[in-house]
Write a protein that binds this ligand. Structure first.
Ligand SMILES: Cc1cc2nc3c(=O)[nH]c(=O)nc-3n(C[C@H](O)[C@H](O)[C@H](O)COP(=O)(O)O)c2cc1C
Length: 143
């Protein structure tokens, strides 16, 4: 069974709603998924996964601090050629998705699905459906 991990952080819950809906989309497509907060994720969580999906809201044009810290943890593992994807909620500029995408590509040499998924503020039902579809799309790449 293909295996994926969704690692994310959130301050007011919006990116968490996205993470859970992406998890649902992956599960429905038959992928074994783990959902983990960035502050609690370690290298051990990255072993034997086919895809790493990273989520961060944008705060002051950057990643939320815990996801920035997690990237240093991620640097300890060889993820070259693995599938990656980025997502996050944003208010007006949404830099975090591009930052996560770039880092997965340049630091880890991952095969990143582009574009990543950005949702403005709190996801509506339509937004959550987009997240589930994004999960399905990732599943198709690793199955
Ligand atoms: C202090 C602060 C700074 C923010 N800076 C940005 C920003 O630079 N660009 C942007 O697109 N949104 C910005 N936002 C909006 C958040 O990204 C938005 O509220 C998002 O939905 C929060 O996601 P979360 O609930 O997962 O934490 C900012 C919000 C706050 C409170």
């Amino acid at each position: 069974m293909a295996k994926a991990i969704v690692i994310y952080e959130t301050r007011s819950g919006n990116t968490e709603m996205m993470a859970k809906a992406i998890e649902t989309g992956l599960k429905k497509a038959g992928v074994d998924v783990e959902l983990k907060k960035g502050a609690r994720a370690t290298v051990d969580n990255l072993k034997d996964v086919d895809a790493v999906i990273l989520g961060s809201p944008t705060y002051v044009r950057s990643l939320i601090a815990a996801m920035k810290t997690f990237l240093f943890e991620m640097d300890k593992v060889d993820l070259k050629g693995k599938v990656g994807a980025a997502f996050g909620s944003y208010g007006w500029s949404g830099e975090s998705i591009e930052i996560l995408t770039e880092t997965m590509k340049n630091l880890a040499g991952m095969n990143v699905i582009e574009p990543g998924l950005r949702i403005n503020r709190r996801p509506t039902e339509k937004g959550l459906e987009e997240c589930r579809e994004f999960g399905k799309k990732i599943a198709e790449r690793i199955k």
